[in-house]
Design a protein. Structure first.
Length: 301
């Protein structure tokens, strides 16, 4: 039984996985609003991402986890975000039952908007043509939004993942409409950074996509809304024989205890690939050079 909050019923509904909430997703939200501007605007999505359900052993690939996705959807114009639990029951639901039971029955949707490649239902049995026919029969409007493209072609979550894995955060940011950020709690590391003069906030990658390993100029978003420039290494830390990839962010001119707090680390520029150094002195010298390069790029003195 799927329960929808009363305030999200009888609305205009944007449909999708919305991983990353990129410019193409923004267009779907705008189309939903433009068709029925008098109605509440709902983004209907799925958690976990269906691919995580069907292929749990795949490497993490998410651009945005649930809370960050909901925030981005609201920032893009959704008044309500409904995340349907993607479990075995939803995976087995036929396309027909999804339209009649969820969209028409539980949501009481008045209008739908989706991308041209939207597919749903058991074994992705429903496509846009199926949705159009069923929606018309039920008196629900439908806006099908063509892909948003730039000079490199259609914008998609897959393309943005590839850009990040290839070390192009600036290009990913243009497709997203904002810098890509990894969000997570600051956890205790080995405290080595503090001993060499560069204390770091350590954030596990968790279910986030792992971007190109290396050093980035970053901007950190703190829980109180402050933004702080810095430099971060993402990777295994081969100089100290690390075994688990993580984010180690050195925030400029900030001396505060952030342990346990959730912060965002937005990747702005890729500085260099991860390398193994001969020892801590060589590593310390390189971090100093990386920090200087990041300060220069970010205008951070």
């Amino acid at each position: 039984m799927i329960t929808i909050p009363p305030e999200a019923q009888g609305a205009t509904v944007a449909l999708g996985n919305f991983d990353g909430v990129h410019l193409g997703h923004h267009a779907v939200l705008r189309a939903a609003h433009a068709a029925r501007p008098e109605l509440a605007r709902v983004a209907l999505t799925f958690e976990p991402h269906p691919r995580e359900h069907f292929r749990p052993d795949d490497p993490p690939f998410r651009l945005t986890l649930a809370a960050a996705k909901a925030r981005a959807l609201r920032a893009a114009g959704a008044q309500h975000v409904v995340a349907l639990p993607f479990d075995a029951a939803l995976a087995a639901m036929s396309a027909e039952d999804f339209v009649t039971g969820v969209l028409h029955g539980a949501l009481r949707a008045k209008h739908l908007a989706c991308g041209a490649d939207f597919a749903f239902g058991h074994r992705r049995g429903g496509d846009v043509a199926f949705l159009a026919e069923r929606a018309e029969r039920l008196g629900i409007g439908l806006s099908v939004v063509p892909p948003v493209a730039d000079e490199a072609g259609p914008i998609s979550s897959t393309r943005i993942r590839r850009l990040l894995q290839d070390g192009y955060p600036e290009r990913a940011a243009r497709a997203l409409g904002r810098p890509w950020a990894i969000r997570g709690p600051v956890s205790h590391g080995d405290k080595r950074g503090r001993t060499i003069g560069f204390p770091t906030a350590n954030i596990p990658l968790g279910r986030h996509l792992e971007p190109a390993r290396g050093v980035y100029a970053i901007q950190a978003l703190l829980p109180d809304g402050r933004t702080v420039p810095g430099v971060a290494n993402i990777g295994l830390r081969p100089t100290v024989a690390g075994t688990e990839s993580r984010v180690e962010a050195h925030l400029f001119d900030l001396d505060e205890d952030l342990y346990g707090q959730e912060i965002g680390v937005a990747l702005l520029h890729f500085l260099r690939p991860e390398r193994k150094f001969a020892g801590l002195e060589a590593l310390k010298a390189q971090i100093a050079a990386d920090a200087a390069a990041a300060r220069s790029l970010l205008g951070a003195g």
